[in-house]
Design a protein around this ligand. Structure first.
Ligand SMILES: Cc1ncc(COP(=O)(O)O)c(CN[C@@H](CCCC(=O)O)C(=O)O)c1O
Length: 400
């Protein structure tokens, strides 16, 4: 039989698909002697392994075979009830998803028509761009500064472009580590409500504040504006147990009005039927006692590591380099002098046994060649010292 040209058989939309820079770099940084500031990996040494062991045993004892059987697409009801009670909504407004990454993909599938204008921060989480891309959005980048999205610029954009969606990470943003100010949260909600733009609030880091005052989320503020009725909220909230508990159980959730949840359920039926039953039940055991304790442990550790890294950046990085100083989360953002391209710089850094994520893939419409993302969450003080020193030398060399 003549060989079939398989690439010619791929669906047209696959031309819009690209690899995740983070996932690709993770393969490089698996080499044991490379200090990686690349992936947003939670600190493995802090994982509550014994608690997970006990919870797994308790679940198998309590539910028996049901813990290993197919289960509902909406998700394990006790877990949805716990999430709903905390958010002041009903379980019908909560959909469990297999990582918030799946939530982003399903939201793209049910909300984005080819050509819809999707407003994204500049820079934004590259994984969201990867999830939305196959559905053919027209991205419009929103300028950001140390207080998050520039809402004056947002108003100008909304006057110029009827937009379908605004995707935002208000707390400890990926990749910059920045936090959207309260004043701008209110202004963003006013403008998006006025112009009929749905907001996706992606908030996997919201509980990981280690400095400053906690701020109400967009979803919470929007709920207040509509008298607490989730059916009238134009904000869709996404969060995850990946950064507060463990990422490998792939448990996360979406909060939204029922018409959106209803379509998410149908999209998820077509994707994976349901999130693993056992994993949901384990998380449902852990949320009561283990989760609050784990959040405190993680916040303290990440606060120390962030402080460490900022100290080393000040010590080892050359003048002319600027960086953010986050109040929570796992990342900070470095801006090098114009003219340096951090994509080729990564290869030189890896030769010095240190890795980061070049900034370019975090910009939906290009730019950012002279930027990079650093994650401090899974690095020890010694690795931060050694790695930042090596990275500083790499940058000095590139500056000539
Ligand atoms: C804003 C934002 N939204 C969703 C996710 C996905 O988290 P989960 O699927 O809930 O684990 C993430 C996780 N991003 C990490 C983890 C990616 C891990 C990986 O690709 O290996 C990162 O940027 O490095 C995120 O930052």
């Amino acid at each position: 039989l003549p060989p079939v040209d398989l690439t010619a058989r791929l669906a047209d939309r696959t031309r819009r698909m690209n690899a995740s820079a983070i996932r690709e770099i993770l393969k490089v940084t698996q080499q044991p002697d490379v200090i990686s500031f690349a992936g947003g990996l939670p600190a493995p040494e802090l994982f509550p392994i014994e608690d997970v062991r006990r919870a797994t045993d308790a679940v198998l004892t309590k539910y028996g075979p049901a813990a290993l059987q197919y289960s509902t697409t909406e998700g394990h009801l006790p877990l949805r009830e716990w999430i709903a009670a905390r958010a002041g909504i009903t379980p019908a407004n909560v959909q469990i998803v297999t990582g918030s990454q799946q939530g982003l993909d399903l939201l793209g599938k049910v909300l984005i028509n080819e050509g819809d204008v999707v407003l994204v921060e500049s820079p934004t989480y590259l994984g969201a761009l990867q999830s939305f891309q196959p559905y053919g959005p027209r991205y419009v980048q929103l300028p950001t500064d140390d207080h998050g999205i520039d809402t004056d610029a947002l108003e100008d954009v909304l006057k110029a472009h009827p937009a379908k969606l605004l995707y935002a990470i208000p707390n400890f943003q990926n990749p910059t580590g920045r936090t959207l100010s309260l004043e701008r949260r209110r202004r963003l909600l006013e403008l998006t409500a006025q112009y009929g733009v749905l907001v996706i609030e992606d908030d996997p880091y919201g509980k990981l504040r280690f400095r400053g005052e906690e701020l109400p989320g967009l979803y919470d503020l929007a709920l207040e504006l509509v008298g607490g009725d989730p059916e009238r909220s134009h904000v869709i909230y996404s969060s995850s147990f990946s950064k507060t508990l463990v990422p490998g159980l792939r448990d996360a959730w979406v909060q939204a009005a029922r018409p959106i949840i209803g379509k998410l359920v149908q999209a998820k039926q077509g994707a994976d039927l349901h999130t693993p039953t056992l994993n949901q039940m384990i998380v449902s055991e852990l949320v009561h006692d283990v989760l609050p304790r784990q959040i405190e442990i993680v916040k303290r550790a990440y606060g120390e590591r962030a402080q460490d890294m900022v100290g080393r950046l000040r010590e080892y990085f050359p003048a002319g380099v600027s960086f953010t100083t986050p109040e929570g989360g796992m990342f900070l953002w470095v801006t090098l002098p114009e003219g340096i391209d951090t994509t080729p710089l990564l290869a030189q850094a890896v030769e010095r046994k240190v890795a980061f994520v070049p900034g370019r893939p975090f910009f939906a419409l290009g730019g950012g060649e002279n930027t990079m993302r650093l994650s401090y969450s899974s690095a020890t003080p010694q690795q931060i010292d050694t790695g930042i020193r090596a990275l500083g030398e790499t940058i000095r060399e590139a500056l000539g």
